[in-house]
Ligand binder design. Sequence first.
Ligand SMILES: Cc1cc2nc3c(=O)[nH]c(=O)nc-3n(C[C@H](O)[C@H](O)[C@H](O)COP(=O)(O)OP(=O)(O)OC[C@H]3O[C@@H](n4cnc5c(N)ncnc54)[C@H](O)[C@@H]3O)c2cc1C
Length: 404
Amino acid sequence: MINLDDPTKFRPLVGQAHQVAMNMLRPISRKYDRAEHEYPKELDMLAAMIDGLSESGASEGAGATGVRRDEAGEDKEGVKNGTNLASVMSIAEMGWGDVGLLLSMPRQGLGNSAIASVADEGQHQRFDGLWASMAITEPGTGSDSASIRTTARLDGDDYVLNGEKIFVTSGDRCDAVVVWATLDKELGRPAIKSFVVPKGTPGMNVERLEHKLGIRASDTATIRFEDCRVPAENLLGSPEVDAKQGFAGAMATFDNTRPLVAAMAVGCARAALDLTRELLEQGGVLIDYDRPAITQSAAAAKFLQMEADWEAAHLLMLQAAWMADNRKPNSLEASMAKAKAGRVGSDITLSCVELVGSVGYSEAELLEKWARDSKILDIFEGTQQIQQLIVARRILGLSSAELK
Ligand SMILES: Cc1cc2nc3c(=O)[nH]c(=O)nc-3n(C[C@H](O)[C@H](O)[C@H](O)COP(=O)(O)OP(=O)(O)OC[C@H]3O[C@@H](n4cnc5c(N)ncnc54)[C@H](O)[C@@H]3O)c2cc1C
C-alpha cells in the first residue's frame, strides 16, 4: 500500500471534515435513509459552519465552488496544491460520513460547481451564496447530453425556456437550477448553453420526487419548464454559438466535477473498508500488510485486493484534482478517476457486505446502506461506460463522431 502524506496545509481541513463526518453525518445517517424526502434540518447548522470556515479562509476554498481554475496557476516551487485538491480531499472525508447527506449540503450542489467553472466575474458575484442544482438529464436523454431537447429562445432581454428535466439532485431544496438547453436544435452541440434559473421563477415547477435505492437523504426531482423567462445575463459563459467552443465550454464543467464524484466514491468505499476490517478482526481475521496476500486467509486476501483497488482510485482522484489546480488539461484523468472510483466504489462496498455475511446485509451496520449509496456514483456525472468511452477517445485521439 502507498501511504501518501496529505499536504501539510490541508491537514487541519481534512481533520475537521473527518470530525464532521463522524460526529454530525454518521449519527443521522440511518435516520434520513429511512425518512426519504424529509429535509435533514441538522445540515443547516453544518452549512452555516462551513460558510464560516469559508469566510475565515480556514476551508482552503474547498467545496463545490472551489473548483474554479484561478489565474494564479503556479507558486514559487512551480506547482501548487489548491482548491481542487482541498475539495476532493474534504469531500472524500464527508463521503466517508454519508454520501446522501453530503449531496444535500446547502450551497454545495453540482450547479455551484458549474457556476464556479464557467460563470464570468459579474455572474460569480450575482450568484454567490445560492444553492444551485444541475439539470441536464431529460426523459429522452441521459448519457447523450448533446441531444437534449429543452429549448431556450431569446425574446427581448430574456430567454424563454421550455422542456422537462428529470433526476435533478437537490432540485426541490435548492435556490436555483442550472439548466442545460439548446438555442437551436438544428445547430447541434455548440448551441447548448446553461442557464441559472432561480427557484420561484414563473414557469418552473417541481413535479415530483423520486424514491430511490440509495442516497435517500438526497432529493431527486422532476422539473418542468413552461415558458419560463430568465434574464439573458443568466446564461453562463458566452451566448455565441461557436462551432469550436460551444459544447466544449459546457462540458468543461465535468472536468472539475468528475473528480468530486470520484471523491464521494473513494470516501464511501473507505467507510466500508474501515468497518469491514474492524468486523473481520473481531471475527479473528487479521490483515497483514507485510505478507503476500496469497499466504493469508481468503478473506484477508480479498481485503488486500480491495485496498489496492481503492488506492488506485484514490491516487487517480488526487491526480485529476491536482492537474486542475495547476491548470493542466485533465479531461482524460478526470474521467479515469470517475471510472475507476465509481466502479471500485460499488465493487468494494458490495464485497464488504459479502465478506462479513449476515452482519453486512442487516441494518445493524451501515454496510448495506453504503452498498446502495455507492451505485449512483458510477452512474451520474457520466456512467461507467461513458467514462470509458471518453478515456478511449482521448487515448486514441478520436472524436465523439468517430467513436460512439
Ligand atoms: C439519483 C440520481 C441523481 C441524478 N442527479 C442528476 C442531476 O443532478 N442532474 C442531471 O442532469 N442528471 C442527474 N441524474 C441523471 C444521470 O446523470 C443519468 O441517469 C445518467 O447520465 C445516465 O443516463 P440515463 O439514465 O438516461 O441512461 P442512458 O444514457 O439511457 O444509458 C443506459 C445505459 O446504457 C449505457 N450507454 C449509454 N450510451 C452508451 C454508449 N455510447 N456506449 C456504451 N454504453 C452506453 C449507459 O452507460 C447505461 O449503462 C441522476 C440520476 C440519478 C439516478
